[in-house]
Ligand binder design. Structure first.
Ligand SMILES: Cc1cc2nc3c(=O)[nH]c(=O)nc-3n(C[C@H](O)[C@H](O)[C@H](O)COP(=O)(O)OP(=O)(O)OC[C@H]3O[C@@H](n4cnc5c(N)ncnc54)[C@H](O)[C@@H]3O)c2cc1C
Length: 426
């Protein structure tokens, strides 16, 4: 360990606290995974900075919102997940000083490092939708983007009798861009299974011009929308919400780029909040213009500060922000960081892999897997565009196991994925 005496940084005047060989900012899915992998590969000191009490398997929140999982199944105490031998500093980080290899915590403590891994995830900007913070979690306004609110989603769906349901999607970036539509399908399917479908009008309102960013998956998803009788509204961005009056105001952009305001009544609305890089990262020396950690999209190494790496939702890589992505980013970070520790150039390369299990029905999933460039790269030989029970099993039973028992134990399990081209793709 590089424990150093208290020294003073001439620039900030703040005393330098302790130093670590590897300092990890953010002990969420990415931070815990990469720490567990590093533990077996490096001898030096490793610390995770994160103020949280718990870690969540967030992909499970879609299933919580649909009544398949309960919330407790998706959450564990952070203390139980910090890998052995890794120190946990239970405080928020506040700023970066990469020219002096330092990170300042919110309480003013300065930590030094030889290598830094930055993975504080995405910030949920609830406040960007007028009226949302006042009404979220009541008045039929729910969201799977926070665990407790996902439990409320299920309350809303379960108790829905008749009327209007709306599901919204904000502009990118968001984590798991498929999640806003997954819960729309499941809500429609639940109403069908309970004989209430005819009493509901369901609308999906997305700020985006398309249903999904990887083109071959658009037709099967449009078919699911049609099958469930869900009205599709594109370039329709939630701007404000009045929970008590049960009204949602959208900005709609027309083909000629003119905009108008449309007010929709609802009995239940599932809101996906706008998202961005965490405020303490935005504008820092390690961030790009959009506020994300400015790394090479293949090596996950910072473009300017070669002892800085990033992965997960806070990285600037142009992949879909998913757990599946960081599962394959983590071993790349580890290999390239270990090489950098030996003053070698790492050759591990991330190909942009991401995955989105789209729950088109209870018991059926379109398993979208893809890499940079929108190329479809399934892990299995079946046509991934077809909704299947096997993929539902994967999401419900296997992937949570993969997270808690494999990823968070630092085991690099990659069954491989291969590009497939579909002649009949749109
Ligand atoms: C509803 C929903 C459905 C999803 N479905 C899927 C899916 O089906 N498949 C899939 O692959 N992915 C899915 N995802 C996305 C996936 O969960 C995320 O991509 C993944 O969790 C990102 O991991 P991360 O470590 O980057 O961020 P997080 O896991 O969010 O962790 C960030 C950590 O940083 C910490 N932090 C924040 N600020 C600071 C600070 N100032 N100082 C120190 N620490 C800080 C936080 O406390 C947190 O522990 C879904 C997400 C949601 C919300």
């Amino acid at each position: 360990m590089l424990d150093q005496p208290q020294v003073t940084n001439g620039l900030t005047g703040q005393a330098l606290g302790r130093s670590f060989d590897i300092l990890i900012i953010g002990g969420g899915s990415a931070g815990l995974t990469v720490a567990a992998m590093l533990r077996g590969k490096v001898k030096g000191s490793i610390a995770i900075v994160d103020p949280t009490d718990t870690n969540a398997y967030q992909p499970g929140w879609t299933m919580v919102g649909a009544g398949v999982f309960n919330l407790a199944q998706t959450i564990k105490p952070e203390a139980a997940l910090i890998p052995k031998g890794v120190e946990w500093i239970k405080k928020p980080a506040a700023s970066f000083d990469p020219d002096h290899n330092r990170v300042a915590l919110a309480d003013g403590t300065q930590l030094g490092y030889r290598f830094l891994i930055v993975c504080p995830g995405l910030q949920l900007d609830w406040g960007k939708i007028e009226g949302l913070t006042e009404t979220i979690g009541k008045n039929g306004v729910c969201s799977n983007y926070r665990g407790d609110l996902a439990a409320y989603t299920w309350e809303c769906i379960k108790s829905f009798k008749s009327g209007k349901m709306i599901f919204t999607q904000p502009p990118m970036p968001i984590k798991c861009p498929g999640a806003p539509q997954k819960i729309a399908y499941l809500a429609a399917d639940h109403l069908r299974l309970t004989g209430k479908r005819a009493a509901a009008e369901i609308a999906f309102c997305t700020a985006l011009p398309t249903l999904f960013g990887v083109v071959p998956f658009v037709p099967p998803l449009k078919a699911a929308m049609k099958r469930h009788g869900i009205e599709e509204n594109y370039k329709t961005n939630l701007k404000a919400i009045d929970g008590k009056a049960k009204k949602a105001i959208f900005t709609v952009t027309a083909a000629d780029d003119t905009t108008s305001e449309v007010v929709r009544d609802f009995d239940m609305i599932h809101v996906t909040p706008p998202q961005s890089a965490p405020d303490f990262l935005k504008g820092s020396p390690i961030a790009n213009a959009a506020g994300f950690v400015d790394v090479d999209q293949h090596s996950m190494q910072h473009l300017k500060y070669k002892n800085v790496f990033s992965l997960g939702d806070a990285a600037s890589t142009p992949n879909s922000k998913t757990l599946a992505a960081l599962r394959l980013q983590a071993p790349v970070v580890v290999r390239n960081l270990v090489a950098a520790m030996k003053s070698e150039v790492g050759t591990a390369s991330y190909d942009g892999y991401g995955s989105c299990p789209l729950t088109t029905d209870y018991g059926r999933i379109v398993l979208a897997e893809f890499i940079y460039g929108g190329k479809v790269t399934p892990s299995f030989p079946l046509d991934p565009r077809v909704p299947r029970y096997s993929s539902w099993w994967l999401k419900k039973d296997f992937l949570p196991f993969l997270y808690w028992q494999v990823m968070l134990r630092g085991i690099d399990l990659d069954i491989g994925h291969r590009e497939r081209v579909f002649a009949d793709a749109a």
